[in-house]
Design a binder for this molecule. Structure first.
Ligand code: GLC
Length: 458
């Protein structure tokens, strides 16, 4: 009997749909250690009452620093700015395009803001930044300007994830989660169901590749950068492991679960399921290989759907792509764990336009902006109202399955997170290339993590 790839029966029947965004994100957002430095920022010094800057400004000019949200055309950033300027014709928003790689983006911003520059005014920053930026006084504590009723509009967990030491630093713009994208047509040709375990995915990828249906089986992000930490977290979470203890004071990476995760990642390459080149792939390379028809499976964030369904991306697989939660390891809860990513809006503490900055940030959390992001670019909206809208879900197949994902956060509640992540991605990348054994890479990562969390972290 032919098993259709889109079938929810068969191998999928054991899947337990779990949505735990709140629990997962809360776990990600310990309030961390003591605060230092934020009191030097104007945001910390001021208050909504004394500044009067609560987001009601109707004129001004601001610069918005943002990396490309996706490279589909039109550019989401200019679509959003155009809609904002229609609503606020006397506020001009100048786009400053930021680097795509989150680490390069962060390094550049830290240099700019710590040097005292007043531009950019507003920056789109990663969800993993609040502790580091909050501790170093590199972002305005927005909770001093925007009331509890504003923060209550967001989906559970997101605001806690943007909080450090009792202050909210980022206004959630869109959420990312890891998903499995697959070629419906290729699975059907090989009579395969959508894989629900990692070994099934590996076997299916090898089968499709060996049948000559695609150049690559499974592509993902294995380069030495933040995205590899995200991928690693997903295997680690699926295997039942963790990176840090609950106090965020010591590594927990020396575990059988971590060895299982790392060993499997390496086997993806040695089995031929994934090309050796994944050790150099960021999101862009993996996305492009899949969208141009060279790979049967892709791990990517939400925007992968709209990218693959937009001919001009370029994509040659329009109409052939399915999306599902990530697989798990046999014997572990199903589906596997998806890492939580996403981007917030932050304000530069040296901005001279805080009132207009707040107007812009508030508009971006409103129905218009959130609907644009969700329906045109397949992002996961951050506000409950848009996220739960049936009309929006109908236009966003990724959002439609968000209720099934099981989430794992990165341990970003510590201000030392950047170093923790670097310890993971450098060692795992070297292991993927055969430069270290799984257990050797993990013990090197564990000792670097232990020194990162025991020092100041910056
Ligand atoms: C996406 C995620 C972000 C993550 C990055 C890694 O942009 O939203 O949270 O850090 O990918 O490449």
């Amino acid at each position: 009997m032919k098993i259709l790839p889109t079938s929810r029966g068969g191998r999928r029947s054991a899947r337990v749909a779990v949505a735990c965004a709140a629990v997962a994100l809360v776990a990600a957002c310990s309030s961390g250690g003591s605060s230092s430095g934020s009191s030097s920022s104007p945001g910390a010094a001021g208050s909504s009452a004394s500044s009067g800057a609560s987001g009601n400004a109707t004129s001004g000019s601001i610069t918005w620093w943002a990396s490309p949200i996706t490279t589909t055309s039109p550019d989401p950033r200019t679509v959003l700015i155009g809609a904002f300027e229609q609503a606020y014709p006397n506020i001009k928003v100048n786009l400053q395009s930021a680097p795509t790689d989150t680490d390069t983006n962060r390094a550049s911003l830290i240099t700019t803001i710590s040097g005292g520059a007043s531009s950019p005014d507003v920056f789109m920053g990663d969800v993993i930044w609040p502790a580091q930026f909050g501790k170093a006084g590199l972002a305005v504590p927005l909770s001093q300007y925007l009331p509890a009723s504003y923060w209550a509009t967001f989906a559970p967990g997101l605001v806690q994830g943007a909080t450090y030491n009792g202050q909210v630093y980022g206004s959630p713009l869109f959420e990312d989660q890891g998903f499995l994208y697959y070629r419906k047509d290729l699975l059907a040709k090989e009579h395969l169901a959508v894989p629900t375990t990692w070994p099934e995915l590996e076997a299916d990828a090898v089968k499709i590749k060996n049948a000559g249906l695609a150049k690559y089986g499974y592509v993902w992000q294995g380069a030495s950068y933040e995205g590899l930490t995200c991928n690693f977290m997903e295997y680690l979470g699926s295997a039942g492991g963790s990176v840090l203890n609950s106090g965020m004071t010591a590594s927990t990476l020396s575990s059988p679960a971590a060895v299982q995760a790392a060993t499997f990642m390496r086997s993806l390459i040695t089995s031929g399921a994934s090309p050796g080149a994944v050790t150099t792939f960021q999101e862009g390379q993996a996305m492009s290989a899949f969208a141009t028809g060279q790979a049967a499976f892709l791990r990517n964030w939400d925007y992968g759907y709209s990218y693959s369904q937009t001919k001009s991306s370029p994509s040659s697989v329009v109409g052939d792509v399915g999306v599902s939660p990530l697989p798990s390891f046999p014997g572990q809860p199903s589906p596997g764990t998806s890492n939580i990513g996403g981007w917030n809006l932050y304000i530069n503490p040296h901005s001279k336009n805080i009132a207009a900055d707040l107007t812009f940030i508030k508009w971006m959390a409103g129905t218009d902006a959130q609907t644009i992001l969700a329906t045109q670019f397949s992002e996961i909206p951050t506000t409950t109202a848009v996220r739960d809208s049936a009309a929006v879900k109908a236009k966003n197949p990724v959002l439609a399955i968000v209720g099934q994902t099981r989430l794992i956060p990165r341990p970003a509640g510590t201000a030392a997170y950047a170093k923790v992540s670097q310890a993971i991605y450098t060692n795992i990348n070297s292991m993927l290339s055969g430069g270290a054994s799984p257990s050797g890479a993990l013990s090197a990562a564990a000792s670097q993590i232990n020194s990162a969390v025991s020092s100041s972290g910056l």
